[in-house]
Write a protein that binds this ligand. Structure first.
Ligand code: AMP
Ligand code: MG
Length: 421
């Protein structure tokens, strides 16, 4: 793999680096280097939540299985609806959900019916109870009824043989419920993805250790842990690895043996990069990219043996932005997930945003209601080390390469965190 130039004409952009790659090009390169995992397993549907289907699911039944009432009311034959005035019918009995009315209904007759109960033979319409006057075994209703109203047809949701869920579908709560509604007990899913990660840096301390001058707590492993857990990966936390050649070398090889993907943070920026870079070049096939974005410009991507490798920048916000943009879609593809898509929204921005042209910026924003519309405002200071800006935010405000800032009221594009970061 080698570096290429961004395909943008940005000669007048003061923050533009001609050796940098666009975000889209970086995403494309990563995605095209990935094949889904090959291991599968059968799981009970509840255990398959968050996993990806490895085989299509077809229905073996009609849903609903019988034509039934959508409301509490009276099942009638549509030919008994009067053209005007009022109609009176003779009430035969009741059809309960799970306890249908066994008899037949002919003209001039009706059956009391509950929501979900099977429509008795001879009926095709339900008049809701609020529209009916009942006296003993007689009911009366007016002409304002439509034949077939308030009835759910057998198979109207799903017919026997229908393709219900496709290979590559990540299973969410609605899908698990849908599988249950079809009586499906187990599904075939991709095996769980194993992801190893560690932080690099001599300044990093574990929680519980004292902080001497210049030392900081390692927060990246905690945000990474959270994001990976939400993605449903099996997590291998390898701790902090010091900036020592032998330690790094051993850590990369250990990670490659244990995991399908390796994520590191720190040590990929220019200046300090050479050391980690040197080790990576020895153990794997890695390219170092400068991506035309802020935060998160440096990024390493490639393979160590059979594992994918992502070298994220060290700054805490950069870790989250690059994870969201590059690692997340890559891991999704590796997990076999073919259909999940990120989406953006366009909303007015209530803050003034400062920016220099030349890089795409992912500023941290809060989507919120302002009277009757949704707007976005920025969180406080936007430095790439200021993790509280992420903590407060619920979206990224995406400012394109050429933008030179935003005035209040201008429409901007936002990328909602959508439960991941
Ligand atoms: P680096 O990319 O290694 O030069 O790191 C860039 C910045 O991020 C430095 O200020 C580091 O101290 C900080 N940093 C690196 N790794 C971590 C981490 N695991 N947790 C918190 N901050 C970090
Ligand atoms: Mg470092």
């Amino acid at each position: 793999m080698s570096e290429t130039r961004g395909n943008v004409d940005a000669s007048c952009m003061d923050d533009f680096d001609p050796n940098s790659l666009s975000v889209d090009a970086a995403v494309q390169r990563i995605q095209s280097a990935i094949q889904p995992l090959t291991g599968f397993e059968r799981l009970a549907i509840r255990s398959a939540l968050g996993r990806t289907l490895a085989a299509n699911v077809h229905s073996t039944i009609d849903v609903p299985g019988h034509t039934n009432s959508a409301m509490d009311g009276y099942a009638i034959n549509g030919s008994d609806i009067p053209t005007d005035g009022v109609r009176e019918l003779h009430l035969l009995g009741t059809s309960w959900a799970g306890r249908p009315y066994a008899g037949k209904v002919v003209q001039g007759q009706c059956v009391r019916i509950m929501t979900g109960a099977a429509m008795p033979q001879g009926t095709d319409t339900v008049v809701i109870q609020e529209r009916v006057e009942q006296t003993g075994d007689r009911i009366r209703f007016d002409a304002k009824q439509q034949r077939g109203q308030n009835v759910r047809q057998a198979g109207e949701d799903i017919a026997r043989g229908d393709l219900v869920l496709k290979v590559g579908k990540r299973l969410l709560p609605a899908d698990i419920g849908l599988l249950a509604s079809l009586g499906i007990i187990e599904v075939t899913v991709y095996r769980r993805l194993r992801v190893a990660f560690f932080s690099t840096g001599d300044e990093l301390r574990a929680l519980g250790e004292p902080l001497e001058t210049g030392a900081i707590y390692d927060s990246n492993r905690y945000t990474l842990h959270g994001m990976l857990r939400r993605m449903g990966a099996e997590i291998i936390d390898m701790g902090v690895v010091r900036d020592v050649r032998e330690d790094l070398h051993a850590a990369f090889l250990e990670a490659a043996t244990a995991a399908d993907a390796i994520i590191t943070s720190g040590g990929v920026s220019v200046g300090e990069a050479d050391f980690v870079k040197e080790t990576l070049e020895k153990v794997g096939d890695i390219s170092f990219w400068k991506v035309a974005m802020k935060p998160g410009r440096p990024l390493a991507f490639g393979r160590v043996r059979d594992s994918l490798f992502f070298g994220l920048p060290g700054n805490p916000v950069s870790v989250m932005v690059t994870f969201y943009l590059f690692v997340q879609p890559a891991l999704r593809k590796l997990m076999g997930d073919l259909h999940s898509a990120t989406y953006t929204l366009k909303v007015p921005c209530s803050s003034r945003l400062r920016k220099r042209p030349g890089r795409v910026e992912y500023q941290r924003g809060v989507l919120e209601r302002d009277q009757d519309q949704t707007v976005v405002r920025k969180t406080g200071p936007q430095g790439s080390g200021i993790l509280s800006s992420m903590s407060e935010a619920n979206c990224f405000i995406v400012l394109p390469l050429e933008s030179s800032g935003v005035s209040p009221g201008e429409v901007v594009e936002v990328l909602p965190f959508a439960g991941l970061v």
